[in-house]
Design a protein around this ligand. Structure first.
Ligand code: WTA
Length: 701
């Protein structure tokens, strides 16, 4: 069987077993040029060198004033890195490269329509564009260091320009993923207290010019409801001079950037010298309650961490052409499209559209045309490209030295396709495990120095000392699953959750802290919320979330957020969100709802729930099914038993239902859901052990 036939037939049989995979070693050609090729690096970052080891990362930056203290632990777990130091992130990502690389592309932007040429933005162009936009933010909007600004922008070079202009002034940017709805954006505007929203009129997605400005109006209405007024909306235009949205511009509030910018041409703004521990940006993520968490990242610690990990783990050199296909609206894009790569003075590619538009050869044509040699994407994209275009990579003449996978566990079979077909057997792969909260990588093999192992992210990265604990905080033996934790602070860790300092401690530290008064960092392990297993060689295999978060295509969706969205439908009495195993997206969401008395189940009702979720969160959260059921399985105390319905949706054992208040309803629900799935040919494949555990204990009680 050829690889492509195999790809088509075996989709449903991927990784149903649990075995140790073999090692794969990096090619010599990679090792010869790698930034980290001397094993002495492991000693330099050994635990007895902590926290001094991280000066190696900080030294990659240009400081206005050097730090006095590497790590200030006086107020655990609010760690402060490089205190006393001052710097500017925009200076580090732009200005300092102009002398040596002024005419080199900092960004290469690839518009989605293939008829349009790509656009290179040199470091000198970037410098001018960032300066001019910073002048506009300062003088037209009156923004200054410490103010928050919400960005809701698509994948265009104006997005990094905007971020870096904010950073130049010390304005804290909060970029909301462009695919999120107006309401989701409005909630984040309110939470961050932004008085300015920066958006774009439209952008291309899967062949359509999408109206995006309309979401700004929805966002402002939602923010207003939540008590936050916005004074100005800055609207970049996808085609300057031509408005691509149906929504009117509100006089005195909405402004076209291309018009206003004219007055700021050629202006220069001195980068504001800021304390290392001043915030650089907020990145919102989901948790177990409905309110999103604004992870607050610092300038000095964060930038040092993403620069260091980009250098050693992404193996970025200034003359590489690096392409991370993630969206800048997620942490991956912030750290590994914008801040890390630009801080190292490399060329970072930004692609506007969907990977398979107009066909599954698109990414490989881009790679060939631009000479991309480092490629970074997610298991969902890899699974999708493997399914729709298994033979496409071979048709194009590109050569990757290095590839990354991030965001979800990758099945060994899919990993092997990525290695053999996309990487043509020539590229190393790093499987990087980390989170919005952690700023940069936590688990990954160091590509020239550690072999790859399909399906494992690898050991903890240098300077990260990980452990797997059981519920009581005892370390579990190798081969046993538990909660993966990081025992030490590191420079990339978020500083707090914006406006919710107690939640920061509760969610990440309370579980394993034995003494809240302790000033010793050893007493404050970071609880990541992921299940994991360590093999005897120290490699970690990440099993997935242990909280009520569903990871869809590498994006975290909180069950509470989904449920509150469903409950905005007036007829809905109760709602529960559960994950179903999905061969492309890892997990998909299924919603179960019950209606208030007097309403009857219908397709229309299910449709209303789907629409509500799209409006409140965005299309990304659209459920695969909405099941309108007569009642939810509940405990005697009235809690919905999500694990029971999750088992129904995934065709796994329902387990013990005798403790339910209403066990008799389970069989009816099972019949309703599973017969429809059987009719539609949606019976899932046999689950892996890890998947089975996840479903069995979902929302456990
Ligand atoms: C999951 C994305 C397995 C994990 C950078 C984590 C992964 C959550 C991996 C964070 C990986 C991320 N292998 N699982 N390589 N990378 N995850 O905040 O469950 O969007 O907790 O950050 O994604 O998602 P987030």
């Amino acid at each position: 069987m050829t690889e492509s036939q195999e790809a088509q037939v075996s989709e449903a049989q991927i990784a149903v077993h649990w075995r140790e995979e073999e090692y794969i070693y990096p090619p010599e050609s990679f090792v010869a040029q790698a930034n980290a090729a001397d094993p002495a690096i492991f000693d330099r970052f050994a635990e007895d060198r902590f926290p001094d080891c991280f000066t190696e990362y900080a030294d990659l930056l240009s400081w206005d004033k050097k730090w006095d203290t590497i790590l200030d632990t006086s107020n655990p777990p609010y760690w402060k890195w490089f205190t006393g130091g001052r710097l500017n992130a925009s200076y580090n990502c732009v200005d300092r490269h102009v002398a040596a690389y002024g005419n080199k592309a900092a960004l290469i932007w690839v518009p989605e329509p293939e008829s349009a040429d790509h656009v290179a933005v040199t470091y000198r162009d970037l410098y001018h564009r960032v300066n001019e936009f910073a002048a506009l933010l300062r003088d037209f909007c009156g923004l200054k260091a410490g103010d928050r600004v919400t960005l809701h922008m698509p994948m265009v070079p104006e997005l990094p320009v905007t971020m870096l202009a904010c950073a130049r002034l010390g304005v804290i940017h909060s970029q909301v993923f462009g695919g999120f709805s107006g309401n989701a954006c409005g909630t984040r505007i309110a939470d961050s207290g932004s008085r300015v929203l920066i958006t774009m009129d439209s952008y291309y997605r899967s062949g359509d010019l999408v109206d995006h400005k309309v979401k700004a109006d929805e966002a402002l209405a939602e923010a207003h409801k939540q008590g936050q007024e916005v004074d100005k909306v800055l609207v970049w235009r996808r085609h300057p001079g031509r408005y691509g949205s149906q929504t009117p511009m509100t006089e005195g509030r909405d402004f076209f950037v291309d018009e206003v910018l004219g007055s700021y041409r050629g202006q220069l703004v001195d980068p504001v010298s800021l304390p290392a521990e001043a915030p650089l940006f907020l990145m919102y993520t989901s948790g177990t309650t409905g309110r999103p968490k604004g992870a607050q990242h610092s300038i000095g610690g964060y930038l040092a961490y993403v620069t260091g990990t980009s250098k050693y783990y992404q193996d970025i050199h200034p003359d590489d052409t690096y392409w991370c296909m993630a969206d800048i609206g997620w942490i991956t894009g912030h750290s590994y499209i914008v801040y890390g790569p630009l801080s190292l003075g490399t060329t970072s590619v930004i692609y506007e559209g969907t990977p398979n538009y107009p066909d599954a050869g698109r990414p490989w044509r881009i790679a060939e045309r631009l000479g991309v040699n480092i490629f970074h994407t997610s298991p969902t994209a890899i699974r999708m490209l493997r399914k729709v275009g298994p033979d496409e990579p071979a048709k194009y003449n590109y050569h990757f030295k290095h590839m990354t996978t991030v965001g979800e566990p990758i099945e060994p079979e899919v990993w092997r396709w990525y290695h053999k077909e996309v990487g043509k057997g020539e590229a190393v792969i790093v499987d990087t495990w980390w989170q919005t909260e952690t700023g940069g990588f936590l688990g990954s093999s160091l590509p020239a120095l550690k072999p790859m192992k399909p399906g494992s992210c690898g050991p903890a990265v240098i300077g990260i000392y990980a452990a797997i604990y059981d519920e009581e905080g005892n370390e579990v033996p190798d081969g046993k699953a538990g909660n993966i934790c990081i025992r030490n602070p590191w420079p990339g860790i978020m500083q707090t959750i914006w406006g919710q300092p107690e939640r920061f401690i509760d969610v990440y530290y309370t579980k394993y802290n034995k003494n809240p008064d302790s000033k010793d960092w050893h007493d404050w392990p970071y609880f990541a919320g992921d299940g994991a297993v360590r093999a005897p060689d120290g490699y970690y295999r990440i099993l997935g979330r242990v909280d009520d978060v569903i990871n869809v295509a590498g994006h975290r969706l909180g069950t509470k957020e989904l449920e509150s969205a469903a409950l905005t439908v007036p007829e809905v009495a109760e709602a529960a969100a559960v994950p179903v195993v999905d061969d492309i997206r890892g997990r998909a969401v299924e919603m179960y709802v019950s209606l208030k008395p007097g309403f009857v189940a219908s397709d229309e009702m299910a449709g209303k729930v789907t629409t509500a979720i799209e409006v409140e969160i965005g299309k990304i959260a659209r459920p695969k099914h909405v099941w309108v059921v007569p009642d939810m399985p509940k405990t005697r105390s009235g809690k919905i038993m999500r694990r029971v319905i999750a088992s129904v949706s995934n065709f796994t054992d329902i387990g013990d239902v005798t403790t339910l208040a209403n066990p008799e309803i389970v069989e009816g629900i099972r019949h309703q859901v599973q017969s429809e799935k059987v009719n539609k040919g949606e019976v899932p494949r046999e689950l892996t052990e890890a998947e089975y555990e996840e479903i069995k204990s979902f929302g456990a009680e």
